[in-house]
Write a protein that binds this ligand. Structure first.
Ligand code: ZN
Length: 423
């Protein structure tokens, strides 16, 4: 026996040994079809793991089992052909109002909010954050009535106003803005509550803002700043915010808040300074919060959003906003690169709420996946001032997977194909 024969035999033995060990450690492999779902041949963009190329994604139960090139189709019970499609972590939306209930004229437990599953999966979203529709006092009802009932993962920023978004006078009542009780509620529900929200305060007193900051500091979570704070200047708000805090309605132009660009269309120096300090900027499109005359110059200067918050509610959903993919398509049309858009819709949004278990395709992570198509054609995208931008590409959600289940399938590509009847 010479050396040239020994080496391959040793090698073959080692390979076989490795196969036995893998088989023993994964009993499912003994029976073939180790995966419940295999999304095959799509362009995977998984920013956390630096993946950006054609790969397969295998799911077992409710978790990601493997992301690799050429996973055999025979190993899976169901195979989806994602050729020509993008495969990303399930999208995360940081700004929604989903504490839906029966109260007329209000967002908290009211008809001005919307039910999450009605609007999420059809645009690739698997996680939403409710932006302060509930406060420490009303959160248990929100959890029981909505969070525990729906398939979408619903997280929450807790309003510093104890009752949440109940309108005036409730949201103006300093007596009901308690930093300690807010932080206690956050700690008690730390798996669901990810931050504190301030918004809708009409006075000049900084007490509500300071208490919201105090609650966020006590609980170790970010502060989410909405607009509707007409007596606070934008510069002062940004100065008070800490690195990691989030401001929304970034590209708005409304009377109650100074826009981020000046009269020459330049992003104001104190806004750039805030970003440098680590303040995060969410879109917060809503009905009135997104204007091309702000967004176009800002994007041209490289001032991209950190997240694509919809500000979803009953009054914004049928406006220029429409859905998260429409917002992402707007930024694509304005020139934001795809490699910046997908992170802001997934991993960066997860990081902003300190949830590194979400927004990625780690093996062992929840199997929340979006399969997106970029359609080509002639499209129009409308802003809050009814100005329309032309675009040639538009995101569309083909498949959405939440916790391993296919919860949205636009063209039935995961179904069993039948013959088209002859005419
Ligand atoms: Zn909002």
């Amino acid at each position: 026996m010479n050396n040239t024969n020994v080496k391959p035999r040793v090698l073959r033995f080692l390979i076989r040994l490795n196969c036995w060990l893998v088989t023993l450690s994964c009993p499912m492999l003994l029976f073939g079809q180790s995966y419940d779902l295999l999304i095959k041949g799509g362009h995977v963009i998984d920013p956390k793991n630096g993946r950006n190329g054609v790969m397969d994604v295998a799911v077992a139960g409710d978790t990601i089992a493997l992301v690799a090139a050429d996973i055999p189709a025979g190993d899976a019970k169901k195979v989806i052909d994602a050729n020509g499609l993008l495969v990303t972590p399930g999208l995360i939306n940081l700004h929604t109002h989903v504490f839906v209930g029966s109260e007329a004229g209000q967002f908290a437990n009211g008809i001005s909010s919307v039910s999450p599953d009605d609007f999420t999966f059809r645009s690739g979203i698997t996680t939403v954050v409710d932006a302060g529709t509930s406060g420490w006092r009303s959160f248990p009802l929100f959890k029981k009535q909505v969070i525990d009932q729906v398939q979408t993962r619903v997280l929450a920023f807790l309003n510093i106003a104890g009752a949440g978004m109940v309108g005036s006078p409730g949201e103006q009542d300093l007596q009901d803005m308690n930093a300690w009780l807010t932080s206690t509620r956050i700690r008690d529900y730390s798996d669901v509550i990810v931050g504190v929200k301030i918004g809708h305060y009409l006075g000049t007193d900084w007490t509500p803002f300071d208490r919201a900051l105090e609650a966020a500091s006590l609980a170790g979570v970010p502060l989410f700043v909405e607009c509707h704070l007409p007596e606070y200047t934008l510069e002062d708000q940004l100065k008070k915010m800490r690195p990691g805090d989030i401001i929304t309605h970034t590209y708005e132009q409304v009377s109650e808040r100074m826009p981020i660009t000046d009269e020459q269309g330049k992003v104001r120096p104190f806004v750039l300074e805030a970003r440098k300090r680590g303040i995060l900027f969410d879109v917060g499109h809503g009905g009135a919060g997104f204007w091309f005359n702000q967004a176009i110059p800002a994007v041209q200067q490289g001032f991209y959003p950190d997240a694509f918050g919809m500000d979803l509610h009953r009054f914004s959903m049928n406006s220029g906003m429409k859905d998260m993919l429409n917002i992402m398509s707007k930024f694509l049309a304005m020139g934001m690169p795809l490699d910046e858009i997908i992170p802001a819709a997934t991993w960066r949004a997860a990081e902003a709420i300190k949830r590194d278990d979400l927004g990625n395709l780690d093996v062992g992570a929840p199997a929340d996946i979006a399969v997106l198509r970029i359609r080509e054609g002639d499209f129009g995208f409308m802003d809050s001032g009814r100005e329309t931008l032309k675009g040639t590409r538009k995101f569309e959600a083909e498949i959405t997977v939440r916790a391993g289940r296919i919860v949205w399938d636009l063209n039935g590509i995961s179904g069993k194909w039948i013959d088209t009847p002859a005419n």
